[in-house]
Write a protein that binds this ligand. Structure first.
Ligand code: ARG
Length: 460
């Protein structure tokens, strides 16, 4: 048990207390950022004359040595240390002796851990942005390739009106585009450096907080030292953004599960992204989509855990806040791997265009257009709606679609029908006429694609 704070204690910590209190088993992943932060702090201590240049050189070498020894397996992070910060400091002292004892001058683990979490989160946001971008690229490819692939659009999971696969995917493109924007905003808002806030009240040393903020890539130092050490808003915002990403993935996965079912067969999940059954030889299951849908709950749980940890905490640092890590890391790992796997699943998936078109042709997806046809012939919309309703009953009873009816059959219900009805309600016409911005017609989708490409070119 290697502790930094033994001075005022006369008894050994109870082993169970020590283990309960320790965070080394999960905060060891902060090693890189802890060392990065410590190097900046050390350089600033030398710059302001708080330590000598020689001490700075020794400490920096010690920090770099620890990092490379851990990376190449020469040094192990063990649970002998309470947390990653203790591990680093103890090992600096072990390596370079007395100069190492000056590393923590003008610093507390409270501002140190606040900095570490921010550095870690910031680089995770950058990786997450790339993963969202990967999904956007994969979606755009499907969108570009399928502007003519007609499928039924649904409301209440009932066939509603014909759309295209391109249009359907474009809806998700918009969702992930907003997710990307959200990540950008969070990154910008969180990018203020807490280092130098000390335990809660700043320090009496003449620290140059601007210098460390600059060195570590922050916009500026934080403005209030108490807030600096107790702010976890950015983690809550990030986990909210990840929850929304997971919700989008989960909705999409639900559709893929439905589309991949024997009843729909709209898509084929590639063998490399599907799994089998140990008993039923015929099975090819959409496990990746199902797991993603399931893991959405995990990320919501992580967000809820963090919100609940923070609720009611008095200023400033409280040990409760150590609980931020497992939830945050779990959400980051989960969302990151779900995005990656999702992109791979979509990129390797194939689409059964004929089955989708066939499905759109059944289920009266052109009923609205048939009513609009009558409106064009002078029938008020509400009456037209009623007439087509009667035709739907007739077709249902006779197991056919509206376009399968002869003109005589149609005329027997309304005299307004003419030969041009068939062209008017063909699926192609139904889609082609939906030209308003954001609608599925080819020209509208081309405009969408141009805007999507423009967006992607600006974020790369
Ligand atoms: N392991 C701690 C955490 O994750 C580091 C900060 C400890 N500070 C303290 N005053 N006990 O929050």
């Amino acid at each position: 048990m290697a502790q930094l704070w033994g001075g005022r204690f006369t008894k050994e910590t109870d082993r169970k207390v020590y283990d309960f209190n320790a965070s080394i088993n999960f905060d060891r992943r902060l090693l890189d950022v802890d060392i990065e932060g410590s190097k900046a702090h050390t350089a600033m201590l030398a710059h302001t004359g708080i330590i000598t240049d020689e001490e700075c050189r020794l400490i920096t070498e010690g920090l770099e040595g620890i990092l490379s020894d851990v990376k190449n397996g020469k040094l192990e992070i063990t649970s002998e240390y309470e947390d990653v910060h203790s591990f680093v400091e103890a090992n600096v002292i072990k390596r370079i002796g007395d100069a190492g004892k000056k590393l923590h001058t003008g610093r507390s683990r409270n501002d140190q851990v606040a900095l570490d979490m921010k550095l870690y989160t910031r680089s995770d946001i950058d990786e997450m942005k790339n993963k969202v971008r990967m999904v956007l690229d994969v979606l755009l490819k499907v969108i570009e390739d399928n502007t003519q692939t007609i499928m039924p659009g649904f409301t209440h999971l009932q066939k509603a009106q014909p759309v295209t696969l391109s249009h359907h995917f474009a809806a998700y493109f918009e969702m992930f585009k907003r997710d990307y924007d959200r990540l950008l905003c969070i990154r910008e808002r969180m990018n203020y450096c807490p280092l130098g806030a000390g335990a809660l009240a700043g320090t009496t040393y003449p620290l140059d907080r601007d210098m460390t903020a600059r060195m570590l890539g922050f916009t500026a130092p934080t403005a209030n030292s108490m807030d600096s050490v107790s702010d976890r808003d950015y983690l809550i915002e990030y986990l909210s953004a990840l929850s929304i990403i997971m919700m989008h993935l989960s909705r999409f996965c639900e559709e893929i599960i439905i589309w991949n079912s024997n009843e729909y067969r709209f898509v084929n999940i590639d063998d490399s992204f599907a799994t089998g059954s140990s008993i039923m030889p015929q099975k090819k299951n959409p496990d990746i989509a199902e797991l993603t849908r399931g893991k959405c709950g995990r990320v919501y749980g992580d967000l809820m855990a963090l919100l609940t940890v923070m609720k009611g905490l008095p200023l400033a640092y409280n040990k409760d806040m150590q609980e931020d890590k497992e939830a945050a890391f779990d959400a980051m790992d989960t969302a990151g791997s779900c995005l990656e796997l999702f992109a791979g699943m979509i990129a390797s998936m194939t689409f059964n265009d004929d089955i989708m078109r066939e499905s759109a042709a059944k289920g009266f997806t052109n009923a609205t257009d048939a009513a609009d046809y009558l409106v064009g012939k002078g029938v008020p919309f509400r009456d037209a709606h009623g007439i087509i309703g009667q035709i739907v009953i007739y077709c249902d009873n006779n197991l056919k679609s509206i376009e399968d009816c002869t003109l005589d059959e149609l005329k027997s219900i309304s005299a307004y029908f003419d030969e041009d009805i068939y062209e008017f309600i063909s699926l192609k016409t139904c889609v082609d006429k939906r030209l308003t911005k954001g609608a599925p017609a080819q020209a509208a989708m081309e405009e969408f694609i141009a805007e999507a490409k423009d967006f992607l070119s600006k974020i790369s």
